[in-house]
Design a protein around this ligand. Structure first.
Ligand code: FAD
Length: 285
């Protein structure tokens, strides 16, 4: 583990990378190249997303097995319960246990358009409780956290209570939605500590590569892009290289602030591309 060495020695922050399951041969090849490059940074584990309503189930399974056996990585399947039945989720847990996986990222997910039944679980807390009932302490369970409040939450304080309930149901830690305002993270952590939550809350980091795409995506998932960052990016127009450089610099600065402020690690949303995440990690050395 040669990177982020400067702070690894003092604080041992965790490092994890998130991938989505590729569907085509070309996407698979791209993921292989990405994983080979990022594995050199010595992640504690890598996670693989799960499409809404189980739509990527087979691809997710395939990708997990590939990352474990071909790249020798510890893997964490994402498991979203929206649209799933107790029997389906139980079968999947049995599969993952038999495959030797020891981690899970447990989520509610979102009901895909066209899917009529929300399934047997309404919220991630119910899924976490079910996983614990069925598999005891086998899995280390991470849940999602929203420093800027989940977009569907009735209000910010209620959302904090719902987060607390997921931890009380048996989660071991949390990964946040991405954000660019470190104060939102520090405030969230302080608030949930006051509610009695003591598990590690790892910030989710979205490197900035394609700024206009990021802006559209952020609007739908409730992540705020600070005005000053948007203005600086807009001023660079179509200069993709300058946008990538400024993005890497700003995100590396965010990571530094988070780690110096006590964040227990970093979880990168890689979008299956190596360069944007590497550009940030290299600046953290
Ligand atoms: P929950 O914790 O259940 O919360 C959802 C909403 O319900 C919140 O507004 C909460 O306040 C509210 N709520 C909770 N409990 C109650 C209650 N008892 N009564 C009333 N309201 C309640 N999506 C995927 O489809 N696949 C993935 O692989 C995936 N990976 C993700 C990884 C991370 C790290 C993150 C942060 C998100 C991921 N998502 C994924 C997105 C996630 O599924 C959505 O954000 C989803 O809308 C909420 O999931 P959750 O687990 O946070 O839900």
């Amino acid at each position: 583990r040669y990177t982020i060495a400067a702070f690894v020695e003092t604080a041992m922050p965790s490092l994890s990378f998130e991938f989505f399951p590729p569907k085509t041969a070309q996407q698979r090849e791209q993921l292989d190249q990405t994983v080979t490059k990022l594995a050199a940074f010595g992640p504690d584990y890598v996670s693989v997303t799960f499409g809404a309503g189980g739509s990527t189930l087979n691809y997710t399974r395939e990708t997990l097995a590939h990352l474990k056996h071909m790249h020798g990585l510890e893997v964490a399947p994402h498991l979203s319960c929206m649209g799933g039945t107790r029997e389906e989720i139980a079968a999947l847990l049995d599969d993952y246990r038999a495959a030797g996986y020891r981690r899970l990222v447990a989520l509610r997910g979102d009901l895909p358009s066209g899917m009529a039944s929300p399934g047997d679980f309404r919220y991630a807390a119910e899924l976490v409780r079910f996983v614990r009932e069925r598999t005891g302490d086998h899995f280390r369970i991470e849940v999602a956290a929203y420093p800027e409040t989940h977009p569907q939450a009735a209000d910010a304080l209620v959302d904090l209570e719902h987060f607390r309930a997921k931890i009380a149901a048996g989660a071991d830690g949390a990964i946040t939605q991405y954000f660019y305002n470190p104060d939102a993270y520090f405030r969230f952590v302080a608030d949930v500590r006051r509610l009695g939550v003591s598990v590690p809350i790892v910030p989710g980091i979205m490197p900035i590569a394609n700024f206009s795409q990021l802006t559209r995506f952020s609007a739908s998932c409730g992540a705020e892009i600070p005005r000053w960052i948007a203005k600086r990016m807009q001023a660079l127009g179509d200069d993709a290289q300058a946008i990538r450089e400024l993005g890497a610099e700003l995100v590396a600065q965010l990571c530094r602030q988070l780690l110096e402020g006590g964040a227990p690690g970093l979880h990168f949303y890689t979008l299956n591309r190596a360069r944007p995440t590497m550009a940030v990690l290299e600046r953290l050395r």
